[in-house]
Design a binder for this molecule. Structure first.
Ligand code: F6R
Length: 607
């Protein structure tokens, strides 16, 4: 949440680059935007509430002088979206500018102290205490770097901050604790940002800044040191395989649609992961007493699907928990023989990180499934699987969900081999079915996109819908409902079809849409019973069914068809695709931007 960027270059104006970098970071928050540059010993700022394009239209964000600057795109926590609450924030004399991602828990008391000392505040944010604290320390004769160090010793919470000052105009300093920062370097220019897409057009080499480290950026290079003792840190550069093109819309009207279309390639890339990566994780899992799957949101739905895959193929039954509630549910009943599989595409979700840290403190081992190299979860984990979706810019997760499912399927197969729960021949059949998934998903996109567009027009005015499934398809139903509510703002509930009779059926009346996820697996006959129950109460039935399933088709008002022969353990992968497309077309039909749903941000770094 919140995207930050700092750039220092030898010559030329830096604002246009920062403006474009912020557009590439906008998935992290879009309540407000701001850029401050430094030129001839003065700071120049443009900032306001609204999305970047709106603010740019009003203010022209490119028109700022200077070759050093910082920028911020905000997901509001403390204070409403407004010009005053927009970052950057400043000290009393407008000499120190700060951008911050995170939350300072003890800001109120620090703010009161600062006010008593005569500082004046312009915003309601927690961030604004930072430039004022730095100002005090600099007034005591400390350098910008030392002042930032002293400031971090006073604050509690999570932060990634970038600071620059007219008093030391040849540098910027950055530090973090709990929120990400990556550094880039190319041709006498240094970059620091929340995420690599910000500077991907110039370099795909990145240097990670870790918690408790401070970086000083100049045109000549980057120095990293430990905050607590000043010890220099030599950090290797990591080359990532993402390209700048992957972070462009590439002719699609929205990132979300592009990312839905990229799913076959994302699965292919993930299936090509080195076998030892999957086998290593499977070994750790097979040795564990208890296995916990921890995740949030869409990743949580992947976890639910993964549970079915692990049980059916590997003979291992994981305990699926919402990471946010893990600590409050397990009462320390975890040992060093247990294992947590943390599923988080961003690798930065605070709920998941905190839960994994908690489990680690109790001795459990951690395996991570994430899409982001070097993300926080990778540093906690004993073993990491990096999924190969490439950058996902749309806030609603689509292709990262698909690759999580792919990795969980690979893991379940490897586990099956280890535990011999399934006949090797069965495992071989399932493995070859998984290999065919890119083609199947491709075909679903090709045949069902038009249906999705059409059904969006049909159901566009329905304020509420139920998504129902049984067994593994509960994951598909819940994910379909989540997509619809997050981007089209429809009330939608994903539910077990079995459970639907125990309450939600009360919602159903004439023409109330109920979407059934109906693969041809062992739940089908019972699901037909649920379809009949809903039909008898006047529901309009939309089914995602197997091609040629005449029986369910005859009970349905609308259908999405999925090719025959999908293995039940992998059914979520093709069956979710029409529901992703349906949500996309519902959102666009209503005039909403599916890439930037209201109140959401891609990486949720608050508890
Ligand atoms: C939904 C969505 C969120 C995330 C959730 C976890 O489309 O994107 O529900 O799935 O915030 O995020 P990660 O996977 O980054 O931990």
């Amino acid at each position: 949440m919140c995207g930050i960027i700092g750039v220092i270059q030898e010559k030329g104006e830096v604002a246009p680059f920062i403006h474009q970098a912020l557009r590439r970071l906008e998935y992290r928050g879009y309540d407000s935007v701001g850029i401050t540059t430094l030129d001839t010993s003065r700071l120049f700022t443009k900032k306001d509430k609204g999305k970047i394009d709106e603010v740019h239209q009003m203010l022209n964000l490119d028109d700022l002088p200077g070759s050093i600057g910082i920028g911020h795109t905000r997901w509001a926590t403390h204070g409403i979206p407004s010009m005053y609450n927009s970052h950057p924030h400043f000290d009393c004399n407008d000499e120190i500018a700060v951008v911050h991602n995170g939350v300072i828990d003890n800001f109120l008391e620090l703010r009161e102290d600062l006010i008593k000392k005569g500082h004046t505040f312009k915003s309601e944010t927690d961030t604004e205490i930072l430039p004022h604290l730095i100002e005090d320390f600099m007034n005591d004769g400390r350098s910008l770097k030392e002042a930032l160090k002293m400031t971090t010793s006073l604050i509690e919470g999570t932060y990634a901050v970038v600071v620059m000052s007219t008093r030391e105009p040849d540098k910027m300093v950055a530090t973090r604790d709990g929120n990400p920062l990556v550094i880039g370097r190319q041709d006498k220019t240094s970059y620091v940002s929340s995420d690599i897409p910000a500077f991907l057009p110039v370099t795909n080499n990145m240097i990670l800044l870790l918690d408790g480290e401070l970086a000083t950026l100049t045109i000549d290079g980057i120095d990293i040191e430990k905050l607590h003792n000043g010890q220099k840190v030599a950090r290797e550069t990591i080359k990532i395989s993402w390209t700048a093109d992957q972070a462009q819309k590439g002719g699609f009207p929205h990132f979300m649609l592009k990312e839905i279309h990229e799913q076959p390639d994302a699965i292919k890339g993930t299936l090509r992961l080195r076998p030892e990566i999957i086998e290593g994780a499977a070994k750790l899992i097979s040795n564990a007493d208890n296995l916990f799957f921890l995740a949030m949101g869409t990743s949580g739905h992947a976890a639910v699907a993964g549970k079915h895959m692990f049980a059916s193929l590997g003979g291992v039954l994981p305990i699926v928990e919402l990471a946010s509630d893990f600590q409050d549910s397990v009462y320390d009943v975890i040992t060093e023989n247990d294992l947590v599989l943390a599923i988080t595409q961003s690798g930065e979700t605070t709920d998941t990180i905190m839960a994994a840290k908690y489990a680690k403190r109790l001795g459990a081992r951690i395996v991570a499934v994430t899409n982001v190299v070097g993300s926080s979860i990778t540093r906690l984990a004993d073993h990491t699987i990096i999924t190969q979706a490439g950058p996902e810019i749309g806030v609603a997760a689509t292709k990262t969900f698909m690759v999580q499912l792919t990795s969980l399927a690979q893991l379940a197969l490897a586990l099956g081999e280890l535990t011999a729960h399934q006949d090797p021949e069965i495992i071989a059949i399932k493995r070859s079915a998984l290999e065919k998934m890119p083609k199947i998903v491709s075909r679903v996109i090709a045949t069902e996109e038009e249906h999705a567009r059409h059904y969006a027009r049909l159901y566009y005015a329905s304020p509420s819908m139920l998504f129902l499934g049984r067994g593994i398809s509960i994951a598909t139903a819940c994910e379909g409902a989540l997509k619809l509510k997050e981007i089209a703002y429809n009330h939608a509930e994903g539910y077990s079809a079995g459970e639907s009779k125990h309450g939600p059926i009360a919602l159903v009346q004439d023409n109330y849409p109920v979407i059934f996820v109906a693969p041809n697996d062992e739940t089908r006959t019972r699901l037909i019973g649920n379809i009949m129950e809903m039909k008898a109460r006047g529901a309009s039935i939309v089914s995602v069914l197997e091609e040629g399933d005449g029986e369910i088709q005859s009970l349905s008002d609308s259908v999405f068809s999925i090719p025959r022969g999908v293995e039940p353990e992998f059914s979520v992968m093709p069956y979710i695709v029409p529901l992703q497309l349906f949500s996309y077309y519902m959102a666009t039909l209503k005039g909403y931007d599916p890439d930037k749903p209201r109140n959401l941000a891609k990486s949720v770094t608050v508890l």
